[in-house]
Design a protein around this ligand. Structure first.
Ligand code: RFL
Ligand code: PHB
Length: 389
């Protein structure tokens, strides 16, 4: 088959890009390794920056988001029994929205047929060819048959473990990485949230996060060492530990219930500054990973998509390559700032093995400073709500 843009990966980045291109009448196909059900079963992001919800509004894909998304005007940093509220709305004039990544993905999948966005699920052996030329192509298998997609550009939206980045020549000086010595153990439970806004907690026992998906569905995380497994964490052990880490007052508001999902996500900061090689462009987690502290990953995927769709539109509509050529530089500015914010919030709210009493005092002093400084709170709020494009 022949198309203008072959998109590899049908997660949020691939689907948002596909819809953005179809809105400009650009032909594209999406190739996704997993089944639609599997993609929807992955519980991940929950907090959307205003720029991300604006993108979905501009695409006319926010009907359910407007009804079911929960507006959040602030969030909290907790330490022991003290809570520092960051009044995001007051400090920035903007807000975030709680709406699950699963729900966005479902909305984008549902609207695909009516917008002429073709998605091939359960494809295997995706391989990229001739990316150095103006006529690259992608091959893949589906139901035992090999297919070939000829195109002008390939968009690698296939996440951190995908095929696209591996198809690029990657000099070591274009890869930047930090691995963290812990992961987040997350559970989803059909119980009312313990607080009406998100709480990030730094307790002497470790990190905890209280979030939600709706007024009746909670999402909680604690950090655990990388050598621990899900089987080590029965529901009751998780709830006990969460209550200890969130402090007395929040613990009193926690409703326990069976976990309907439980997973571990290792934390990593990763930036591949080669976001383009010839006719191949990377977007979303394929190009960068941030630790989830600060909720930037999905939002960065959305901003990449906005920049990349603009560049591709300018190329296909006016034959201009400049905006597309500037994509890596433009996108990376935002990526590095979000990486900095996520890494610094991770440092502030977690205990690292080997931390000394001095390191602990530094965290306390920083939290004290934030508690008493409108300037510090503004800096956090503007990063959390999303820096301008
Ligand atoms: P995805 O979601 O990984 O999608 C990539 C898709 O590509 C497919 N794929 C392939 N398809 C074809 N051929 C191949 N060879 C392929 N290899 C892979 C995969 O099956 C998949 O469907 O990347 P994308 O689209 O770039 O989206 C990125 C986001 O998923 C990610 O950044 C966020 O989930 C990060 N994140 C959060 N981001 C936020 O903005 N706010 C949050 O509150 C937030 N919370 C989180 C998070 C990530 C977490 N984990 C699990 C890492 C919380 C957690 C716990
Ligand atoms: C979530 O609701 O899953 C969530 C919220 C905030 C984060 C990360 C994840 O920083």
């Amino acid at each position: 088959m022949k198309t203008q843009v072959a998109i590899i990966g049908g997660g949020p980045a691939g689907l948002m890009l596909g819809h953005s291109l179809r809105a400009e009448n650009i032909e594209c196909v999406v190739l996704e390794r997993a089944s639609a059900g599997y993609v929807l079963g992955r519980i991940r992001a929950g907090v959307l920056e205003q720029r991300t919800t604006d993108l979905l509004r501009d695409l006319g894909l926010d009907e359910r988001l407007r009804k079911e998304g929960i507006r959040e005007d602030g969030f909290n940093l907790a330490e022991g029994n003290r809570m520092i509220r960051i009044d995001v709305a007051d400090l920035t004039g903007k807000h975030t929205t709680v709406y699950g990544q699963t729900e966005i993905t479902r909305d984008l999948m549902t609207a695909a047929p009516e917008r002429g966005l073709e998605i091939f699920y359960e494809v295997s052996d995706v391989a990229l060819h001739d990316i150095d030329s103006d006529a690259p192509f992608v091959t893949f298998h589906k139901n035992g048959t090999q297919h070939r997609v000829d195109c002008r550009f390939i968009a690698g939206c296939d996440g951190f473990h995908g095929a696209a980045r591996r198809a690029m020549p990657l000099p070591p000086d274009q890869v930047f990485e930090r691995r963290y010595p812990f992961g987040w153990l997350g559970i989803l439970a059909d119980v009312p949230p313990c607080h009406d806004e998100i709480v990030y907690a730094n307790h002497s026992r470790g990190f905890a996060l209280a979030s939600k998906r709706s007024h009746t569905r909670s999402r909680y995380y604690i950090d655990i060492p990388l050598n621990q497994k899900i089987e080590d964490w029965g529901d009751e052990r998780f709830w006990d530990e969460l209550c200890l880490r969130l402090g007395r007052d929040l613990a009193a508001s926690i409703t326990r219930g069976p976990a309907i999902e439980k997973s571990i996500a290792p934390l990593r900061s990763f930036v591949c500054t080669a976001m383009r090689a010839g006719s191949l462009f990377l977007a979303g987690d394929a190009a960068h990973i941030v630790p989830p502290t600060g909720a930037k990953g999905l939002n960065l995927a959305a901003s990449d998509v906005i920049y990349l769709a603009r560049g591709l539109t300018s190329y296909f509509r006016y034959g201009e390559i400049d905006q597309l050529a500037a994509y890596p530089e433009t996108a990376l500015k935002r990526v590095w700032k979000a990486s900095r914010f996520s890494a610094s919030l991770t440092r502030l709210m977690h205990h690292f093995p080997g931390d000394t009493a001095f390191d602990r005092q530094m965290q306390r002093a920083e939290l004290d400073y934030i508690a008493g400084s409108a300037a510090a709170q503004t800096a956090i709020a503007e990063n959390y709500v999303g820096l301008p494009l």
